[in-house]
Design a protein around this ligand. Structure first.
Ligand code: CA
Length: 228
């Protein structure tokens, strides 16, 4: 089955070019030119990935990414943000809004397709099905559920994989490069700072249950999941 890629882009020429490249790469393109039409598309056809332009009329890509992350139907769909901005602060803002990756215009179709494949691989690969438990947390890959002391924790797809890795590799310190390799995969072009953004999001999700302390920063080395 072809993976469906929803392209949310208001400039017709760029939307056309993206749809063409997505199709050439063997995916099925779905199109929208703003937030309303994106939601309309999603209601009739749930995509496997969303290519989201930052600069959209009315509702910006950043706001829309936050909406996708807040909605149960779209929470787990990976998002790649497209933008003309190359600024580092914008990049972090894009990732914090809920995007999984970020690509700056102009980009080569080859680079974009490589990133789409990497993000899809990251979200689709088989994960061991057994439920893992540690420090009051329980994570079920099969049900895609995390509970903290019995209450449900809502995580984005990358945070879910990150927590799964931590819980199955407790008490060991991993640096950013190791976490990128283990959780994101070696084919991904993301920068090491991306790890910090996802760690922050993971801690924020665990905070209400008071379990954010399980994810420890080891100064100068990286991060560790520890129940001690
Ligand atoms: Ca635009």
């Amino acid at each position: 089955m072809k993976a469906k890629i929803l392209i949310v882009e208001d400039e017709p020429a760029i939307q056309e070019l993206l749809a063409f490249n997505v199709m050439q790469a063997g995916f099925q393109p779905l199109r929208a030119e703003d937030a309303d039409s994106a939601w309309q598309q999603i209601r009739s056809n749930v995509p496997d990935l969303i290519l989201l332009d930052w600069m959209l009329p009315n509702t910006s890509g950043v706001v829309l990414a936050k909406q996708f992350r807040a909605d149960a139907h779209t929470r787990e769909i990976p998002i790649i943000m497209l933008t003309a901005r190359g600024d580092e602060r914008d990049k972090i803002l894009g990732l914090e809004s809920g995007a999984d990756d970020y690509i700056t215009k102009p980009f080569s179709p080859r680079e974009l397709m490589a990133r789409i494949r990497a993000v899809l691989r990251r979200h689709m690969p088989a994960m061991p099905e057994e439920t893992v438990a540690a420090g009051g947390l329980e994570l079920s890959p099969a049900a895609h559920r995390v509970t903290a002391k019995g209450s449900s924790v809502e995580l984005g797809p990358t945070e879910f994989r990150l927590l799964h890795f931590f819980m199955t590799h407790a008490e060991r310190v991993y640096n950013r490069a190791q976490l990128l390799d283990q959780v994101w995969g070696t084919q991904v072009f993301v920068e090491e700072r991306t790890v910090d953004v996802h760690i922050r999001r993971l801690r924020a999700a665990l905070e209400p249950s008071g379990m954010d302390g399980l994810i420890q920063t080891v100064r100068g080395s990286g991060y560790r999941f520890s129940t001690r």
